[in-house]
Design a protein around this ligand. Structure first.
Ligand SMILES: *Cc1c(COP(=O)(O)O)cnc(C)c1O
Length: 388
């Protein structure tokens, strides 16, 4: 086992191969040449481990993959052009017509669309289950169940699933488990150690952390990832470019310090909100009195900077007034960057259908805490409360 700073600063980097440059090069090459035909033949026969074509492998991308695999305690990792691509590839590699996929309720929107719509096009049935209740997952399993797709905590209301218990249920029945670990990052939660097969990330969020790259990753055993590589990875070609991998590598250098700072600031902001008269309820995975605090203690090592509150508002327009009055929180849908963001669920265009599907309250506002001083953010929130 390597220590964290070794992984972030050194693992996967072979400086003697590129002029002892401290920073690895961006190997901006679509193709790799072979010294002779026999070598080309051998490489083509095992493209998973060879340099042939950048849709398969690229040295800059590999550095990041090695680091993410090490961070997750996985044998291998594959990088994708987005988190959505990573999740879709992980699922598509493991299902076929007639299968059933169990998905956690209220997943990331496009994970929901994958299970609800894309899989349905190919005869795979998706069911959504309140997976905070492990018994409900067990009850949903049928002989056709091939996969269980989890997101713990989820990224809007932060319910968690008991990863070890669900992994054990699945293993006994030969069902593949996948968890979206974007909220926690590998520093906050280690699903593979709990028995989960595939760990997916939107690397767009904390892993990159600078809101300048869209990227995804899938971590797991070599056998699992070979299956993904030979299937959706190579056929769909949703790869990460060498340049974006290089930016992601730069983001990763500071992952530990960013998360430390964000966790500390978030605790400060949450403490302020917890005693605020205009806050009806806080949704955060490590809220001290939450029904899931025992589970948090077991599987989630620390909070990150994403949480939601239910505003105490006289009318739904007051949610807009609150958000519009903020000067430091930018109004945006993503999260995990250096900058603080606010995302009101009421700002979603297709709100009516979303609410019907997911029973998320209209007064819910999600925040992503960035690297600003917490006092600055608290003062900004007070601007918002004053505008209600
Ligand atoms: C953003 C997000 C995704 C999708 O990632 P992209 O990189 O935007 O494709 C998946 N899961 C969660 C929880 C997310 O927040």
């Amino acid at each position: 086992m390597h220590d964290l700073s070794f992984i972030l600063n050194h693992l996967g980097e072979e400086r003697d191969r590129y002029f002892d440059a401290v920073i690895p090069p961006i190997v901006q090459s679509a193709i790799f040449a072979h010294p002779d035909i026999a070598t080309m033949r051998a490489r083509l026969a095992d493209e998973f481990d060879a340099h042939v074509y950048t849709r398969g492998n690229n040295p800059t991308v590999e550095i990041v993959a090695k680091k993410l695999a090490a961070l997750e305690g996985a044998e291998r990792a594959l990088l994708f052009g987005s988190g959505a691509a990573a999740i879709a590839a992980g699922v598509l590699a493991n299902v076929r017509a007639g299968d059933q996929v169990i998905c956690v309720e209220k997943p990331y929107f496009w994970t929901g669309q994958l299970v609800r719509k894309l899989l349905a096009q190919f005869g795979v049935r998706g069911v959504f289950v309140d997976a905070a209740d492990t018994d409900a997952v067990a009850a949903a399993i049928t002989p056709a169940t091939r996969m269980i797709v989890l997101e713990s905590p989820n990224s809007l209301t932060f319910e968690q699933q008991d990863l070890a218990a669900i992994a054990a249920l699945a293993k006994a029945r030969d069902i593949v488990t996948l968890v979206d670990n974007s909220y926690a990052t590998p520093l906050g939660q280690s699903p593979i150690a709990l028995g989960i097969d595939l760990v997916a990330h939107s690397a767009t969020k904390y892993l990159n952390g600078h809101s300048d790259v869209v990227a995804g990753a899938l971590c797991g055993s070599e056998a699992m990832l070979r299956k993904v590589f030979d299937g959706p990875y190579m056929t769909l070609g949703a790869i990460l470019s060498p340049f974006d991998a290089w930016l992601l590598l730069r983001g990763l250098r500071t992952l530990a310090v960013r998360l430390e700072r964000i966790a500390a600031s978030t605790a400060g902001v949450l403490a302020h909100l917890a005693r605020h008269p205009q806050v009806r309820r806080i949704h955060a995975p490590v809220a001290p009195h939450s029904a899931q605090s025992e589970l948090s203690t077991r599987q989630l090592h620390h909070a990150s900077g994403l949480f939601s509150i239910e505003l105490d508002v006289p009318d739904i327009q007051a949610v807009d007034r609150f958000c519009n009055a903020l000067e430091r929180f930018l109004i945006a849908a993503s999260w995990g960057g250096y900058e603080s963001l606010v995302f009101p669920v009421a700002g979603v265009r297709d709100w009516g259908s979303l609410q019907a599907a997911a029973s998320v309250p209209l007064n819910l506002v999600r925040f992503s805490i960035g690297l600003e001083a917490p006092e600055v953010l608290i003062a900004d929130l007070e601007r918002g409360f004053a505008a209600i």
